[in-house]
Ligand binder design. Structure first.
Ligand SMILES: C[S@@+](CC[C@H](N)C(=O)[O-])C[C@H]1O[C@@H](n2cnc3c(N)ncnc32)[C@H](O)[C@@H]1O
Length: 446
């Protein structure tokens, strides 16, 4: 993977001929076709840049870069000023870090301004609040040492160390190791963190007696992207699915981050799978080792400072199906992905509108965080002409289109349905008892 710090930031400038600082690529130019060597040389250069930034002069350059970024100085001007003020060696790296910190701030808060990230490691980083939550569960029962198997910039390592664990942070990438060591020092947990160069595949293959690399517990967060693309096949993750399975078998106190779209059939028996959502989107999926699993599936919904959880000790099967009633409920995606829609249905006294579609219906709105409810005003077979006429008769000029189980394109249909009326509606295109159907609804209940 490419972890270059400065090239990511400034290659576009180079291409148009604005060479403002020494280019990392200049120092490490390799003959074409020598990609491994080129990537190793780029990593070595990035490590050197990070080491420079760890000096007092580097810290001053970072402060100045942050000021220029906060002052909305454009990149060309900022790099030019930095070059004059802090020197060519530090200008580009400091600007690159300042930009990554600005991107990290929404998730990392005040920590963002003392942590170091490259573009790649920030992209791969989980949310610190969720890393804290995982660390808390992993450390229950007196676990003292944890291996972070693929630490990248150290989000999990920091969470575990802050929760009191001794952490063995492993990565085969030298840039990741440099970042994790620097970040552990920056937040004051370096005494609890050891950073090592090793291949996770080998460490897990050698795991025995419930331990990996001498640790009682482990976090594994495989890289699931390559060349800027998601790797849908878990056998192509790094480390691959075989290592995930081996860890789950050998180290009972472990948690593995997996793709939210993971096929349920892949989850081994006795392993708890958890899907976590924030703001209506799934943000992570986890497999908990048998020493920590307490249920079959868990859906977790994080809203502000509160957490709601749904669990099932066994597959709860399908919810009952029934006719559309006065209210339509959209279950949260964590409930859907975890296979727990029928648990939501039972809690709400609701039924599915179709056995294949995750819309529920009942006679009243829900006060539940697990579903948003819309009052249903009309149910009609899908027919564009009739739908337009109905909306016009109701003075509806703007609609939000939602769909499930239909090939329509919501934005395109919303444009087609736009009219002169002053009212608004939610138009749900779906299947009801197998038939393409439109439900015209009011806005969601508060
Ligand atoms: C998705 S990132 C981890 C992100 C981290 N948990 C976080 O939230 O910041 C995966 C990391 O695993 C490392 N990695 C992938 N395969 C590895 C292997 N076989 N051995 C060691 N490290 C590996 C990559 O270099 C990368 O830094």
């Amino acid at each position: 993977m490419s972890l270059a710090l400065y090239p990511c930031e400034c290659q576009p400038l180079n291409r148009v001929g604005h060479r403002l600082t020494p280019e990392v690529g200049d120092a490490v130019a390799m003959p074409p076709g020598n990609q491994d060597e080129e990537s190793a040389a780029r990593s070595a250069e990035t490590v050197r840049q990070l080491q420079d930034l760890a000096t007092p002069a580097g810290a001053a350059a970072l402060t100045r870069a942050a000021e220029l970024l906060a002052g909305r100085t454009d990149a060309v001007t900022a790099l030019s000023r930095l070059r004059t003020e802090v020197g060519v060696q530090l200008a580009g790296p400091a600007w690159g870090i300042a930009r990554q910190r600005a991107k990290a701030r929404p998730a990392f808060g005040a920590d963002a301004d003392r942590l170091l990230f490259t573009g790649d490691t920030l992209e791969q980083a989980g949310r610190p609040a969720l890393a804290d939550r995982r660390a808390g569960r992993l450390l229950t029962g007196g676990v003292a040492s944890v291996a972070d198997l693929g630490c990248a910039a150290g989000t999990d390592t920091l969470a575990l160390a802050r929760a009191g664990a001794s952490v063995l942070a492993v990565d085969r990438d030298p840039v990741a190791r440099t970042l994790t060591a620097a970040n552990a020092a920056a937040v004051g947990v370096a005494d609890r963190v050891q950073v090592v160069d090793a291949d996770v595949v080998d460490l897990v293959a050698a795991a025995a007696d419930g331990q990996v690399a001498g640790c009682d517990a482990a976090v594994l967060d495989p890289a699931r992207r390559a060349g800027g693309r998601r790797l849908l096949d878990p056998d192509r993750w790094s480390p691959p699915w075989s290592t995930v399975l081996a860890l789950l078998e050998r180290v009972p106190r472990c948690v593995v981050k997996v793709a939210p779209g993971l096929d349920h059939d892949r989850v081994p028996a006795g392993i708890e799978a958890e899907w976590v959502s924030i703001g209506g989107s799934i943000v992570e999926a986890l497999l908990w080792g048998r020493g920590l699993s307490t249920t079959w599936r868990r859906a977790t919904l994080v809203r502000g400072g509160t957490i709601a959880e749904l669990i099932a000790d066994d597959d709860p099967g399908l919810a009952p199906v029934g006719p559309v009633r006065g209210w339509l409920h959209e279950p949260d995606p964590a409930a859907i992905r975890s296979g727990l829609v029928s648990v939501v249905a039972a809690n709400l006294g609701a039924t599915l509108v179709d056995p294949t579609i995750a819309y529920l219906t009942s006679d009243s709105p829900t006060g539940s965080p697990w579903a948003s409810s819309h009052p249903v005003t009309d149910v009609l077979p899908f027919n564009l002409k009739k739908l337009k006429a109905l909306l016009r008769s109701r003075d509806v000029g703007r609609v939000v289109v939602k769909k499930r189980g239909s090939p329509i394109e919501p934005d395109a249909l919303a444009r087609q349905l736009r009219g002169p009326g002053s009212g608004t509606a939610v138009v749900v295109v779906t299947r009801v008892a197998g038939a393409p159907t439109v439900l015209v609804c009011g806005p969601p209940s508060a």
